[in-house]
Design a protein around this ligand. Structure first.
Ligand code: OGA
Ligand code: MN
Length: 289
């Protein structure tokens, strides 16, 4: 049997996002079907595939169809390799990264080239909490009042993982591979507050927890502006949280959505896998400030 071209798309009750059903096992899809899926992704920015149960290899292969990897597969998990669970009070680097993920952000905006997107899958989920939320920065931009749009036109912010993790009391430890990623960037990239999507041409707010230090503004003014934009942006109907079941997969567009994890009782295990799709250096590169 050839992989199916057919799938159904059910939009979420939000400004973005859709649930996709009917893909063949393993996410296999022929080229014509994939083209339609890719266009659906560009339109909705978040696609949710309930109960698709991708193996690790299938996840990596599926992600690769959307673009070359920034990294192929990383466990986002509070379970150690010996099976024991890291609890909230642990002060280890993994917990700090997991807590960092609970603030609204885009991935790898602190890198010279920000990510294009991610395929993210659930393997073990807590009985409550531990959802993932996304927020539509296209709709947020479009809903700004004209005075605010004029105020932010031409402004940029630095993006730094040092900055965002230091706010949570997390300094990088030498030799920690898990939290080392992104800490090596010494000169934070400067990214416009409004990003034009390279494929759709739509403007989107580019903010989130890694952003700070708008050149030309004082520290307090910059912090206040970024907070005001974040508070405005991350409200209904621009936000959707997914309550995970094991086997669910999603793909999000990191060029126009922010995301975050929601807290859970960390005595319960949560194991997710993240395949990060690399941004295009032509459109996702930002020069150091
Ligand atoms: C990530 C992330 C959120 C979550 O993996 O980049 O932000 O729900 N994850 O675990
Ligand atoms: Mn993330």
């Amino acid at each position: 049997m050839s992989p199916s071209t057919d799938f159904e798309v059910k939009p979420l009750p939000a400004s973005f996002g859709a649930v996709v059903t009917g893909l063949a096992p393993g996410g296999r899809i022929d080229d014509a079907g994939f083209e339609r899926l890719y266009q659906t992704w560009l339109e909705y920015a978040l696609l949710i595939f309930p109960g698709i149960h991708l193996s690790k290899e299938e996840q990596v292969a599926f992600a690769r169809r959307f673009g070359a990897p920034e990294f192929e597969l990383a466990a986002i998990s509070n379970v150690r390799s010996d099976g024991s669970v890291r609890i909230e009070n642990d002060s280890d680097d993994v917990i700090k990264v997991l807590k960092g993920n609970m603030g609204w952000h885009c991935d790898s905006t602190y890198m010279p080239v920000q990510a294009k997107g991610a395929v993210f899958t659930a393997h073990v989920v807590p009985s409550s909490g531990g959802e993932t939320g996304w927020a539509d920065m296209r709709a947020a931009h479009d809903a700004l009042d004209p005075a605010m749009r004029a105020r932010i036109a031409g402004l940029s912010a630095r993006h730094s993982l040092h900055y965002s993790q230091a706010k949570l009391g997390h300094q990088a430890k030498a030799g920690s591979e898990y939290s080392g990623y992104g800490f090596q960037v010494k000169d934070p990239p400067l990214r416009p507050l409004v990003k034009i999507h390279p494929e759709t041409g739509r403007p989107a707010l580019m903010i989130g927890r890694h952003a700070y230090g708008i050149p030309g503004l004082g520290e307090q003014e910059s912090d206040a502006l970024l907070q005001e934009l974040l508070d405005f942006a991350c409200q209904a109907p621009r936000v959707h949280h997914h309550h995970w079941a094991p086997g669910d997969a999603v793909i999000w567009d990191n060029r126009c959505l922010m995301h975050r994890a929601t807290p859970w009782d960390m005595r319960e295990p949560r194991i997710m896998y993240h395949s990060r799709i690399a941004g295009d250096p032509v459109s996702e590169f930002a020069a150091p400030a």
